[in-house]
Write a protein that binds this ligand. Structure first.
Ligand code: PEP
Ligand code: MN
Length: 367
């Protein structure tokens, strides 16, 4: 169990609601856009915290980089006019100092920043002696220790009003998501540090509006404390992340559609645990399928390569060696030799079938 010292989120957000809902545009673009979005969101009576990026970490240069300091003034106006608490992303000492000066309620550390211990430490150093709550997004790469390290650095600076945000991870393999959820990482975090609130950011996992409902439901089923969902008064015209932002009214529809299990169910503890375990199984199955597909693609490439070099598909010596190594490795990890042998032989059979298809295809073309 991890020794983070955490102040319960109910105390610093002033609500017992679950899930907690954080929403607002990816970026503050103009005062009108910001205030109008905030007013529509406030009118839903479901939003606990208003978000907007002022400094935007863009992948490519010459993209919209955020409006900078003047956006902090707009956020202050949002707070005055709607009563919503406000949060923005910080990536360095200067950002933090300005946010403190403008009375921003809560800070968040973005995925690119939490991947860099120098930056996180710089932020932690300037936060020392303050009491402002901080939300730490997972680093872009699926490195659990790095995420934990970022949370620890902020916590070691005396910030106990702390939460994590799961926003998915970059992955080399194609997935339906902009950032692969890899749910086992936030689950590991919740398991290792039970007092730490963990929010989910379905917008940056999805990358598109149509997946947000499904991801939000999954996050709630996994007992996440809340959701951070991007919303914009006119998503099509948004200067960043336009494909994934929702209008406040579509956000409302999604929030209304979510099934939130009743806290007073007799068997809640049992059903929660069961649901958690089933979700873990679902996620692992998804990953196994993705890996199998990647493996088959490589087998096809090998087939082509062998054909070009006049090598036979089957090289018995290599396969014998591989299957024994794999079976022994699996046995050391608690898998039965018989099961793993059957499984590997099945995969191998399918690889051979694919390679044969490739050989025949090429031969036909050549003929
Ligand atoms: C954002 O919240 O708009 C953002 C830039 O997120 P992330 O750091 O998760 O990419
Ligand atoms: Mn965004």
């Amino acid at each position: 169990m991890l020794q983070l010292e955490i102040t319960p989120v109910e105390q610093w957000l002033g609500t017992n609601d679950k899930p907690i809902i954080i929403s607002g545009p990816c970026s503050a673009e103009s005062e009108v856009q910001l205030i109008n979005t905030a007013k529509e969101l406030a009118a839903l009576n479901k939003i606990h915290l208003f978000r907007a990026g002022i400094w935007k970490p863009r992948t490519r240069p010459n993209s919209f980089n955020g409006v900078g300091e003047k956006g902090l003034g707009w956020l202050r106006t949002v707070k005055e006019e709607t009563g919503l608490l406000v949060t923005t992303e910080v990536a360095n000492r200067k950002h933090v100092e300005l946010c403190l000066k403008y009375g921003i309620d809560i800070l968040w550390i973005g995925a690119r920043t939490s991947a860099n211990p120098f930056s996180v430490q710089e932020i932690a150093d300037v936060l020392r002696g303050t009491d402002i709550p901080v939300l730490v997004k997972n680093p872009v790469n699926p490195d659990f220790q790095l995420w934990l390290g970022a949370l620890e650095r902020i916590n070691n600076a005396g910030i106990t009003k702390l939460a994590a945000i799961h926003r998915g991870f970059s992955s080399f393999e194609p997935t339906p998501f902009r950032n692969s959820p890899m749910w086992e990482l936030p689950i590991e975090l919740k398991t290792k540090c039970q007092s730490l609130p963990v929010f989910c950011d379905p917008s940056h996992i999805a990358g598109s509006r149509d997946l947000i409902q499904m991801i939000s439901q999954k996050a709630i089923d996994l007992d996440m404390n809340g959701l951070m969902i991007e919303s914009h008064i006119n998503p099509q015209k948004a200067l960043s992340d336009s494909k994934q932002q929702l209008t406040p009214s579509s956000l409302n529809r999604i929030l209304n559609s979510l099934i939130i299990r009743k806290a007073d169910s007799n068997n809640k503890e049992f059903t929660d645990k069961l649901e958690l375990l089933r979700n873990m199984i679902d996620n692992i199955d998804e990953e196994v399928i993705q890996k199998l597909s990647a493996r088959m693609e490589i087998a096809e490439k090998i087939g082509e390569y062998k054909k070009q070099n006049h090598v036979t598909i089957l090289q018995i010596n290599r396969w014998d060696k591989i299957i024994n190594q794999r079976i022994n490795m699996g046995a050391a990890m608690g898998l039965s030799k018989e099961f793993l042998g059957d499984f590997l032989r099945l995969i191998h059979k399918e690889s051979i079938r694919k390679q044969t298809e490739i050989m025949n295809a090429i031969t036909e073309k050549a003929g």
